[in-house]
Design a protein. Structure first.
Lengths: 427, 427
């Protein structure tokens, strides 16, 4: 199975859309992107859409009109991407090419029909975005070597920061699917058991060390059977696309609960994702090799192709009524394990993988301060507070907003948009 | 909200059914039980049924016929229990009473109509059982103090076997929902990364330390909202019923992978459950208080009522072509944390709980050898092999079958049936 599709006309940097805003140099959603999402506008039900410039192309209506029919039955009528994803990578590519054609500057079909255009092209500003797919399961990995090293240094031993297994397998754990929410959803500060230093018993209180984690989320688009293992090439083909992901974390709850079975309530209260799923096909030109291996990987984790992506990520923290502070800039390209490797490892025991499974990359940290993907690391567990609005701050305060943005930059810019969330006080 | 319903006529020990096999003293499924399951027979689609003696009462057909209508629309037509469970505890109780009435020896409605009876009463021997509900998420706890102590003694420190958090909170982790299977499903021996003693790198191989874990599974029947916490009383009311659960475990994969984020592929390949969901209502007469608390629990874990259940459990190991060996007998009554406490803790951060969530109790072990709920403990990690068919055996061999049975015994016997699975060789 070919795992590196040749760039085709959907990746042509010169291609322009008749949707003018898509051609602006700083646009997140040029005609080369075409990410999928779920929106409602003007009181309508949830429709499937594709972002183009400042607008959304309504695929549910196009399917209604018989102008875009990826399946033999309807796939855009349930308000989630799962039925479309289930059709598999060949259909994903064909549909992407068909949508690009509809939006191409040289094609009069839509642009020349004002009534039709008005019916299927909705200003993004008028739309409300929803969770783009039913999250069947959520799994969170730990694939940034710098992050794992930082955490190991703080909580275990700076001289043996990485666990012995880390260089051999993509360490991960099952998270909670029921609380994956779309960008813009307010996040309630969690309560939980906290063991304060010097105390002999925990108390139940609002988390005082609430944090974010910058991650990339891979969206599994097809099933694998129970008992079936996957090569990294097969795994790569199963991934429909990627979102930005904020794995909200309560560090004080986590440090008390996590031994020996891993994080639980400290992560279960919320995980936010960006509303637009950027397809693996759109990311083709931005593939990047993983870092050199310090020890050889076992065969089932071997990659024939570069499966990382060169994605710049930024984090802005905005206190209540204040200005946004850029607190971190990092890049997803240096992750030690790709999503394809994570998925291959996930199925290595025979674990069945499903349409709608979401795989978090793990916190993405670079090798120096300012490139770390969590407050835990940026403030070194509170030792070195940031200055936010002139005041020292180590963890998230009530009413703070955290916004993660992401974009690739090559012959053109390809953006993810943002994932944003605001902290509400515990109640 | 009352959390200990008064025993009613559905718990009357003197009550008999016109289905004669239900009245036998050793029957698992007397008229006081009425567990729900999903079956197909004679090539039909999946129907919802209730076990009664050696037969199954077909609720899907009864709903078709207008003789049992718990909801305003149909709830027994999707081949899973989720739509019925969603109706909530009042409807569960009403439906249970209505089914008991239909099956009561004094009621001629069904027993007097041979054609109708033949249409809605199917011999269990003719039926194939299926997974009874869509498993939205699977969470596994660690609620047996003896089990946690045994594992801690073997792998950490016999003098400090329990982690400091264990007496304060029900330790748990998210498992994998996609590989929860019904009893009778063959289990493929998993492959995985294994680090042998004295080696510097792991190899990828079939697990050589494959194990079972005896657990009770609680089935969540109603939703809780994101951000909502639950009292143990509210949590108790949300639990529709219980199944026997075998949390298959690959110990060699587990010991290498589990730090610091918990078990992952070592548990992801399969979890088996018994096909009949014994309702919380049926278990009312068998409630039992949890053991005395060594340290006080925080308020949110406080229980006003006894929320454990006095359930005898046995484990039989049957080698290929050989005899069944009874290798363990234990009881669920001594679990340190009840399912209600586990569910209250699960929601304590604001984690949304869902219809179809499955909560494993954790391995149920007693305080002496022969009452341990895993081979890891029964053989003390291979130090003291069992004698199976005259040969020493520490972990599961290919073609071994493991069968867990469970029943309550009071004024009458109330059985769970069995959860069984056979090991297929790795491939």
């Amino acid at each position: 199975m070919p795992t590196k599709a040749a760039p085709d006309e959907t990746h042509d940097p010169a291609r322009q859309s008749w949707v003018e805003s898509a051609n602006a140099p700083g646009a997140d959603f040029p005609i080369q992107n075409l990410p999928y999402g779920v929106f409602s506008a003007r009181g309508s039900a949830r429709h499937i859409g594709v972002a183009i410039g400042d607008d959304i192309l309504d695929l549910t209506r196009l399917e209604d009109l018989g102008m875009l029919c990826p399946g033999s039955g309807r796939v855009f009528d349930e308000g989630i991407l799962n039925p479309f994803m289930k059709l598999g990578p060949k259909v994903w590519r064909k549909t992407r090419a068909a949508i690009a054609k509809l939006l191409d500057a040289s094609n009069p079909a839509l642009q020349g029909d004002a009534t039709l255009r008005q019916n299927v092209l909705i200003p993004a500003a008028d739309a409300r975005m929803h969770l783009p797919f039913f999250v069947r399961s959520y799994t969170d990995f730990y694939a940034s070597r710098e992050h794992a090293t930082n955490v190991g240094s703080m909580f275990r031993d700076p001289h043996n920061a990485l666990m012995p297994n880390w260089l051999h397998l993509p360490v991960g754990y099952n998270g909670r699917a029921s609380t994956v929410v779309v960008s813009g959803t307010d996040i309630r500060r969690p309560m939980g058991q906290i063991m304060d230093a010097g105390q002999s018993a925990p108390h139940f209180a609002p988390s005082a060390r609430l944090d974010f984690e910058v991650e990339l989320g891979a969206v599994v688009g097809t099933d694998s059977a129970m008992g079936a293992r996957l090569s990294t090439a097969q795994a790569y083909e199963m991934i429909f696309g990627y979102v930005l992901l904020n794995d909200w974390s309560a560090r004080d709850i986590q440090v008390w609960e996590y031994q020996p079975l891993g994080p639980f309530q400290s992560k279960a209260f919320a995980t936010s994702i960006s509303p637009w799923v950027v397809t693996a096909d759109a990311l083709e030109p931005f593939r990047k090799a993983a870092p050199a291996r310090e020890v050889p990987l076992l065969d089932y984790l071997h990659e024939e192709t570069p499966n990382n992506f060169d994605i710049d990520l930024t984090v802005d923290l905005t206190p209540h009524g204040g200005q946004a502070h850029r607190i971190a800039q990092t890049n997803a390209g240096a992750l030690y394990y790709s999503s394809a490797q994570q998925l291959a490892h996930h199925a290595s025991s025979g674990c069945a993988m499903c349409v709608g499974d979401l795989l978090g990359s793990g916190t993405i940290s670079g090798s120096e301060a300012g490139t770390y993907g969590s407050l835990l690391e940026l403030t070194w567990n509170g030792r070195d507070p940031l200055a936010i609005g002139g005041k020292p701050q180590s963890f998230l305060a009530d009413h703070d907003s955290v916004t993660i943005s992401g974009a690739c930059q090559g012959a053109y810019r390809l953006g993810f948009g943002q994932v944003s969330g605001r902290i509400l006080p515990a109640d």
